[in-house]
Design a protein around this ligand. Structure first.
Ligand code: 3H9
Length: 703
């Protein structure tokens, strides 16, 4: 047997164990090992049944995505690993093959499991076909066997959504035959023994329970368009499922393979596979060795019960961590707790969790006005409004109370971490934890590294982000850090485009069609026109005299059009906060442009996308060169998890590599000529463009 797969005998039952940490992926050697085991079992007269199980924390979590990445690379040209022969071999085995699943049986893992004659699982196991998350479809007959087990409608839902089902649901769907309480292996062996010599059915020979095929497929395609806008794989997977419902098995799986090959060769698959690995690479920071010991976080104290503080408190409570939530005024505290309660109530109403869960979470959050209980907190997060003097005062106060190994974090989105840290006697314990609003929902946390922040503190920040179910990205301490620093030129360019002749709604639509979760003017209205106004006021002294600045935003602010909260900003809003274009804003822009001598012209959607996205890329290149982000992929993760950049484009830096840096550089040079000084190309972009390089290869430090 290979080292990845072992075969043991439990009297008359053979147990095949897959041992390919961390997730038992189907890497080269694993399918071969399983095949060898099945061959040996089939010939062994003493063996009457087989159990296939995963060693460690999970059953097979899918194909090895590194292998898929190779096949997806330009010139790769295959449909990924081909395990058709193995699946058939297992299904044709004359002795019952029982799949024993725990952890996550995903993608190729579930496909292997469905080729067994029976499936049992531990109560917490999950099974799914998440391939669409990688821009592909199941490539090992999942689209053909799944509908034969769970019916066409459930298969469509599972494959289009990519969401796994838990063992109890899998049991009711017919995907598994039994849930094993207690020890999975002994339960599975006993189950296998019972099945020995009994009739068994090959999944591929079962009929597809379909009902109204056309209606199910139409609803699957509608679901794909709605939930996975602009993506190819989710509707292609419905084509493969259609084949299962309408063609003989032999033709169906070949059709699936063709579609898989087409999807795997796409830019979308490459981008989504990049996003998968990028998200996992961010926690590896070049100068923080993996053995660095994080501090244990058992209790968190938060200062400020506003939107951010309340959201962070919820994120902690959701992860089972007790929280002390402090505000300086009773009214603020009451408002904060009421908002937390409302949020939880709405989740209970929507069936996301039970009242008991809500009560437990509420009980973990202790509202208070003073600093009681701060002395044994392991992490203190300051989340008051953006004012340096106030933040320094707070850090000086907590410095006197916090225990020596307490991590002190600020949720600032713009201010200098070093200046805040300097108000304490222990700057090495200070870091930024920049959560995004709403903090209990948004996955991104920028971990801002001060010049003195210790490795242990940063490792703790990464660990707590993971514990809260978030993605922590370590960034440097520059104005706006990474995400907002890039956002500022992006917003500015959109406003300049509006003055040059586009309307805010045309710009928003072009960006939305490009794939952004929202248009930038809609974002500005949601965040509040006053927020960006204040950011700009603070930075006024940095503005270079004579350089073109957008003119309309300040006017909206002075008109009291602060966005959604005042019913009007760039758009006007009804009582349900539905936006409509406002002719008053159009007139305001036209008049402002005329007064400023700007000659307005028709602007194409392509120019809008180029100017907005390329300015983002150009700033990203500067950030990389200055070392404020460790690698291009970190910037991608920030934009994918915090700013609504479409995952199927891989993030701004990956997207730039896809377009070609030379092309982007040349276009930026043209904009420099026509649209002015803001368009100075970043030196790193220029260098890589001249060398024919990419951000991914050129900045893979620590990857
Ligand atoms: C597929 O199966 C196509 C088939 O239809 C065709 C078959 C022929 N491969 O996420 P974590 C690594 S498509 C390679 O932090 P968790 C990951 O990079 C696949 N590597 O752990 C990381 O490495 P590192 C369908 C993988 O406990 C480490 O494992 N399957 C794979 O939070 C830990 O990962 C999927 O899409 C893989 N398949 O979550 C499942 N999976 O430590 C994808 C993980 O070096 N995986 N790694 O950074 C997941 O969803 C989660 O990893 C899982 C565990 C839920 C399994």
């Amino acid at each position: 047997m290979s080292q990845l797969v072992s075969l043991t005998r439990h009297n008359n039952v053979a147990v095949v164990t897959i041992d390919n940490p961390p997730v038992n992926a189907l890497s080269p050697g694993v399918p071969e090992g399983i095949g060898e085991a099945i061959r040996s079992v089939a010939q062994d007269a003493a063996i009457q049944a087989v159990v296939i199980i995963g060693g460690g924390k999970t059953f097979i979590a899918g194909a090895d995505i590194k292998e898929l990445e190779k096949a997806a690379a330009p010139g790769g040209g295959s449909a990924g690993p081909d395990i058709h022969a193995l699946l058939q071999q297992m299904e044709d085995c004359p002795k019952p093959v029982v799949m024993a699943m725990h952890g996550t049986a995903l993608g190729g893992g579930l496909e292997v499991a469905m080729a067994g004659h029976f499936r049992v699982a531990s109560p917490s196991a999950q099974m799914g076909q998440p391939e669409v998350n990688l821009g592909i479809i199941p490539g090992a007959e999942g689209t053909q066997r799944l509908p034969r087990l769970v019916g066409l409608a459930a298969a469509v839902d599972m494959c289009v959504s990519g969401k796994p089902v838990k063992a109890p649901e899998a049991l009711s769907l017919g995907l598994i035959d039994k849930i094993i309480e207690g020890d999975l292996l002994s339960g599975a062996v006993e189950f296998a023994r019972e099945k020995a010599g009994r009739p068994m059915v090959k999944t591929r020979e079962r009929p597809v329970a379909a009902g109204d095929i056309a209606a199910i497929l139409a609803s699957g395609r509608a679901q794909a368009n709605k939930t996975r806008r602009n993506q190819t794989a989710p509707s292609k997977v419905v084509d493969a499922l259609e084949a299962a419902a309408t063609l003989p098995y032999e033709e169906g799986w070949k059709k699936e393979r063709e579609i898989m090959k087409e999807c795997l060769a796409s830019d979308q698959a490459r981008a989504l596979i990049h996003a998968f690995f990028a998200e996992r690479a961010v926690s590896k920071v070049a100068d923080i060795p993996p053995e660095t010991r994080p501090y244990e976080i058992r209790k968190v104290a938060i200062i400020g019960a506003g939107t951010m503080g309340g959201g962070i408190a919820m994120a902690c409570a959701n992860a089972g961590i007790p929280v002390v939530l402090k505000d300086s005024e009773q009214a603020g505290l009451d408002r904060g707790i009421a908002a937390v309660r409302r949020n939880y109530e709405s989740s209970v109403k929507r069936g996301r969790f039970s009242q008991d869960v809500m009560d437990h979470r509420m009980a973990l959050i202790h509202p208070q006005l003073g600093y009681d209980g701060f002395d044994d907190a392991d992490l203190i997060v300051e989340a008051v409004f953006e004012n340096m003097a106030l933040k320094r005062e707070i850090f000086a106060a907590i410095d006197k109370i916090a225990k020596p190994d307490c991590v002190l974090a600020t949720n600032t989105s713009t201010l200098d971490i070093d200046e805040i840290a300097a108000s304490t006697s222990r700057p090495q314990m200070v870091t930024g934890l920049h959560f995004f609003s709403p903090a209990h929902v948004m996955r991104l946390v920028e971990i801002v590294r001060g010049k003195a922040s210790s490795k242990e503190v940063l490792a703790t920040a990464l660990a707590i982000a993971k514990k809260l179910g978030k993605v922590g990205v370590v960034v440097g301490n520059c104005r706006g850090f990474v995400g907002n620093r890039m956002m500022i030129p992006y917003m500015r360019e959109a406003q300049l485009l509006a003055e040059d002749g586009a309307t805010p709604w045309q710009i928003d639509k072009a960006l939305y069609d490009f794939g952004m979760a929202m248009g930038i003017f809609a974002v500005d209205d949601m965040g509040g026109i006053d927020v960006l106004y204040r950011v700009r006021q603070e930075a006024k002294h940095l503005e270079k005299p004579g350089r073109r600045q957008p003119l309309v935003h300040d006017k909206l602010y002075h008109m009291g059009r602060l966005g959604q909260k005042t019913g009007a900003g760039w758009y006007k809003y009804d009582e349900n906060r539905q936006a409509t274009p406002d002719p008053e804003v159009e007139a305001l822009i036209e008049n402002t442009a005329r007064e400023a001598g700007i000659k307005r012209r028709a602007i194409s959607d392509d120019e809008i996308v180029e100017r907005c996205i390329y300015t983002l890329i150009n700033e990203g290149a500067r950030i990389l060169q200055e070392g404020y982000a460790q690698r291009a992929a970190d910037i991608d993760v920030i934009y994918l998890t915090g700013y609504g950049f479409p995952a199927y484009r891989g993030g701004p830096m990956w997207y730039a590599d896809t377009i070609g840096l030379k092309k982007i550089y040349d276009r930026i040079c043209e904009f420099r000529h026509t649209a002015g000084e803001w368009w100075e190309p970043a030196p790193l972009l220029k260098k890589l463009a001249e060398q024919g390089g990419t951000f991914a290869a050129g900045t893979a430090a620590g990857a």
